[in-house]
Design a protein around this ligand. Sequence first.
Ligand SMILES: [Zn+2]
Length: 457
Amino acid sequence: MFRIVSIIICLIGLPVFLKGQVKEEVQIKMFFNKALTDRTAYENLRYLCKNTKGRIAGTPEAATAVEFTFQVMNRMNLDSVFLQPVQVPRWVRGEKEQAKILSDKFGNKEVPITALGISIGTGEPGLTAKVIEVHNFEQFAELGEEKIKGNIVFYNRHMDPTLINTFSAYGAATNQRTQGASKAAEYGAVGVVVRSLTTALDDHPHTGVMRYDNNFPKIPAVAISTNGADLLSLWLKEDPNLNFYFRTTCETFPDVTSYNVIGEIMGSKYPEEIITVGGHLDAWDNSEGAHDDGAGCVQAIEVLRLFKKMGIKPKRTIRAVMFMDEEIAQRGGKEYARQADLKNEKHYFALESDRGGLLLKGFGITAPEERLEKMLALKKYFEPYGIQEFTKGGGGVDIGPLGQFGTPLSSFVPDMQRYFDFHHSAFDTFEQVNIRELQMGSAAIASLIYLIDTFDL
Ligand SMILES: [Zn+2]
């Protein structure tokens, strides 16, 4: 009897099961085939990098990037392409920064620096002062105002190279950049120089945003290259009375209007349910913004292109969103969620690619328990492509505000060992992106969205 039942199950059940699974596997293979044999996304990235370099929010370069991505999606025969206005800060770096170590013992040496985002400038003559090296805020209490007042504070905390998760190392070192100026100003410092947040030893200063605490005077803040930081630290040991000179002319102006750029394929069954895939269109003005985050933008557009190319009609509406102003005030992501709330939109799932166009290892996902388990179980479809890390916990700066609606949030998680070599520096160029790595990512994102939509996860 058991044997007969087994045979019946085999004859009826198994083929149905196999048929279901095979169809999805074939579709995923097609996503990868189409992505790996097409250069559209890569050429879009080339254009962004080479023609809109320096596209920090509010700049003419950012406006060109808005226009370019709008036109690219407009030519794709999507169901709609539109601009969502957003007010963004306008910070201007000004003239090329200058910095020198001035030592009676070793002589004078120019070092590479970059102003930190939204920092004030030093003023025309620049700033010269003695240097106090610190590694954390706790040291201020023991040093006291008399040691710090009138001096430049030099934050030289390294990103911890022993942390395998380089984002954790970045997180552990970031507060010297973001809060360092005001912490030092509280003790009377006149400026801050921060070791670049990178695991590389090189001559590229890495910028990034900082914030002023209005309770303390605003003082100018710059990042110094890691080689420069090592040299300064070395000389300070032998010549603690050396001076540091730097000159920056950055300024902040009133907010201006910019845009999130949005393209969508309307859902065939649940058009009111939206799946968002995005990256941020702005990039630091000292960089081409290839990995951060031109790659994420062109991948999002590529997802729509792949769906169109393969003639897949998703059940839900799929939107590619180029968010504006992730780097300074995250206004694009906030406005996107605010508009979603105003329009009562239902956001079914959101994914952000903002960790570079490097070789994908997996996805991080934040979702209610039951949906999470089902999404994590999708890993089996990706294993043949070497994509094995499906982990709990995901999101992104721009999609984060959608979390208030209970929307599951996912992050694209590529290999992270080299990401901070590029991050926020002039080294983040188109040439650092590999077309296969970029497109393996595009295909995997399209596949994940396809599976979530198809299986109603
Ligand atoms: Zn980014």
